[in-house]
Design a protein around this ligand. Structure first.
Ligand SMILES: O=C(O)Cc1cc(O)ccc1O
Ligand SMILES: [Fe+2]
Length: 438
């Protein structure tokens, strides 16, 4: 896979020029009468013009042709399971577990956009409130096409196969155990060199930010300098039949044009795609007793207007030392006013070593009881509490949301991965209550 250069930082104001075109950025202004190299200036706004400075994001693109040069959008017929209809199925409060989602069938070529499948979600892109969880499964590349999401931001979590992503702002590779974010509106194309699969969290409300650290202090969890943004790069291929695919109000559209969207020679701004290597996460946890809430493992959050209550948190369960004393160390049994969608990138998840496989998923909806399976409970109740490396070689994650998620027909039926026996993993938990022993 290609080795690209990146700019380091989160939320920074970056400037970048393709190395073939030095001084392509206008100096000390955004819109000169004529731009260097006769490029067109185009602003991409990721917040209202008048948003407070802390939330104001935009990027200036200097490109060969403005994005406006395209033929009218027509409905796009591919990707028929990439849909945001939350009323397809009656509500289902059950614990849900999916076996690993299928990679594309042999002999069939499916690209990233064609291979998008929506599993669950809530809300509405028109009122810019809600989220969706999608699975991608592809083995082909997006040649002469690009996708952009008019409805919100994508957080992409590869599980199998490295994604080689070209964006308007430059190129990045994103391998399993890395993630990337492509904010609303930024055009991108994905190339893969083997059957590839992963998860996507789409948020309609706003952008992902790093969680506040409170008493943790100035450092820790995902550190800003470990986020990487592509450097400017433009394609010099002459393309006569390029397709731009857009998701707009939950529906897909395609527009033809006679030039590539990857023609940005230079850009500056703070509205950018970025990637992050989950191995760089600085894990903080209890070093005395009891189990911390998983919010301690938050990588990124998309906040709602309610303090401390996320539209969606992206939380990981990384390899770490477990040292707590007189403690049941695995996750506790619980019921939550949030929805918990989990996926597994690598290895096994400590609360359920069997049945929850890499490439699969679980959904524990609002107030749906869940927790460790019988084997985990019995083992951890008797375990000798020596310092222990847990989850070595493993990476599970959770999309946790304050919204109540509806599962699509594809998620519940068509994909045929729902594990009807999931509930059994708790059924043989014994009632060990004995009054005489206390
Ligand atoms: O349900 C889960 O497995 C996720 C989870 C993990 C944890 O350590 C504590 C609470 C929680 O919901
Ligand atoms: Fe949970």
């Amino acid at each position: 896979m290609a080795q690209y250069k990146y700019l380091s930082g989160f939320g920074s104001h970056f400037s970048s020029e393709d190395e073939r075109c030095p001084n392509a950025l206008p100096v000390a202004q955004n819109s000169p009468q004529v731009c260097p190299y006769n490029l067109y200036a185009e602003q991409l706004s990721g917040s209202a013009f008048t948003a407070p400075r802390t939330e104001n994001v935009r990027t200036w693109l200097y490109r060969k042709l403005p994005s406006a040069v395209h033929l009218p959008f027509q409905p796009f017929r591919g990707a028929k399971y990439f849909r945001q209809n939350w009323d397809e199925q009656p509500p289902n409060p059950n614990q849900m577990r999916w076996k690993p989602f299928d990679l594309p069938e042999d002999g069939k070529t499916v690209n990233f956009v064609e291979g998008l499948h929506t599993v669950c979600g809530a809300g509405d892109p028109r009122s810019r409130h809600g989220l969706a969880v999608h699975i991608y499964s592809c083995n082909g590349s997006m040649d002469s096409s690009a996708f952009y999401n008019s409805d919100g931001d994508f957080l992409i979590v590869p599980q199998e196969g490295t994604l080689n992503i070209t964006t308007e702002l430059g190129r990045m590779t994103v391998a399993p155990n890395e993630i990337c974010v492509i904010p609303q509106g930024i055009r991108f194309a994905v190339n893969v060199n083997k059957p590839s699969r992963g998860y996507i969290l789409e948020v309609y409300d706003g952008h992902f930010v790093l969680p506040d650290l409170g008493p943790i202090g100035a450092n820790g969890l995902a550190n800003p300098r470990d986020f990487e943004t592509p450097v400017a790069w433009f394609s010099d291929k002459d393309i006569n039949d390029f397709q731009v695919i857009s998701k707009f109000q939950g529906s897909l559209f395609v527009a033809k044009q006679k030039h590539t969207v990857f023609d940005v020679v230079a850009w500056h701004g703070n509205y950018v795609p970025y990637k992050y290597d989950l191995a760089k996460f600085m894990v903080i946890n209890s070093v005395s007793f009891d189990h911390c809430d998983p919010s301690i493992f938050t990588v990124l959050t998309c906040p709602s207007l309610r303090a401390g209550t996320a539209i969606a948190d992206f939380v990981i369960f990384p390899p770490r030392w477990s040292v707590q004393e007189h403690t049941f160390r695995p996750p506790y049994y619980h019921r939550n006013c949030m929805s918990e969608f989990m996926g597994l990138i690598l290895g096994k998840y400590e609360a359920k070593e069997e049945g929850f496989a890499a490439g699969g998923a679980t959904l524990h909806s609002m107030m749906t009881p869940h927790g460790p399976d019988v084997k985990c409970f019995e083992g951890a109740s008797k375990a000798k509490l020596v310092p222990e490396r847990i989850a070595e070689g493993t990476q599970a994650f959770m999309f946790e949301s304050s919204l109540s998620l509806a599962v699509t027909k594809w998620g519940e039926e068509t994909c045929q991965k729902l594990d009807a026996a999931y509930y059994e993993c708790w059924q043989s938990l014994k009632n060990n209550f004995k009054i005489s022993e206390n």
